[in-house]
Design a protein around this ligand. Sequence first.
Ligand code: BG6
Length: 490
Amino acid sequence: MSATASIDFDMVVIGANGDLARRKLLPSLYLLDLDSVLPPGRIIGVTRHALSTEAYREEVAEHLRIHLPEGAFRDDVWQRFAERLVYAHVSAADRASYGPLESLLGERPDAERVFYLSTPPQLYGAISQAVREAGLITDSTRIVLEKPIGHDLASAQAINHAVANAFPNEDQIYRIDHYLGKETVQNLMALRFGNALFEPMWRAEHVDHVQITVAESIGIEGRGSYYDHAGALRDMVQNHILQLLCLVAMEPPARLDQTSIREEKIKVLRALRPIAERDVHDKTVRGQYRAGAIDGQPVKHYLDEDRVAPDSTTETFVAIKAEIDNWRWAGVPFYLRTGKRMQQRQSEIVIHFRAVPHRLFADKAGAIQDNRLVIRLQPNESIRLGMMVKVPGIGMKLRAEDLNLNLAETFKQRTPGAYERLLLDVIRGNATLFMHREEVETAWRWIEPILDAWSERGDAPRAYMAGTWGPSESIALVVRDDRAWSEQLT
Ligand code: BG6
């Protein structure tokens, strides 16, 4: 990343004392400053509490020390960064309280102005309106909205509509999905469109199926009051996993700009085959974790977590067989899976190619495994291509081995976190990695019937022990099709 010297910005972080601001936003801005790529500018923290700028800076320092990687907090950088921090005591949904922000922003009318809403989404409409009424929206002002945008299609539409009333230009609205800022997700584009090798194979004639797994070993991390009303489908699939699916499945865009990429992603979302109520049992699996152990440490039953209803039926795991009804992907299932408290943190995309059409080798040469391209998002970002090779020695014995590109080892440099890249994009006014209103709503159109069918059927989620790969029904989901999840093959 290189500095953009001509930009001068004012980023207003609304909800500056929230978990996201403390854990992600401020540490990411600090790391950009540490790397000398953050343009000159101010970060204006806004909350409903009366606080001096001095006290706010102390609070930020305290949280940076907790959340930054070891060794990253340096006194010289902190001095520089602290100078950028300003505090404004404003109740963001209440227009009458905007005085302090009006004076601050009025000092620098030409700075690039960004409002980052790190608040519950129910407030997005009211805050946008208050910002508008306070006269703080210039032609280039941007507003950043965190997920979840809505709880279902209607609430997502209501939020988008309310924000659009204040910001009529869609280009000013940045809906963030931090998965799009991850290094390996970016690499997926390089892999697909920077190499002539894969594109001809990237279709139903050659691909047997695709797996997208986002497995987490963490639980709900004190977020029970949010998570118990959301569940894995809303929290992870509606956004992160569908975005990954789009990047795998989309047609090559004509250009790498925001409109071209968004258009291609929307086409994929529209081509997703709806999962009807009669199919929901065969194509989806919901799970909820029970007490178990991860890395030798005991972990609680989901129902014993704080702020979770004792009889909650919220899913902490979901697996789905998705199908894309278009020319390129007809007949190629996309198996999607995500869960909390799984055996290990592992996010990957697996492109499973078709079997060789004719076996040339004698039985004693061993089984021939289909080629697999594994794009590992985290941890240890890598790209591996599983191929059959001959075992050295007399006689023909075959074995599957990986061509392995370990990105950390190859490049030996710090990979910027997803929020770092995305925050810099917002400051620079580059919306390529952000979601268009239509993407969010189209994703809800596919997700909502699944939610409705689940609630119609009233089935309880399947139990799985913490520290496993999810309920056995999720294994059956792929075994039924004569396939297996990737960890069962390695
Ligand atoms: C968030 C979800 O959007 O993504 C969390 O709300 C989840 O539940 C997190 O843990 C995962 O992000 P990452 O970057 O750690 O994979």
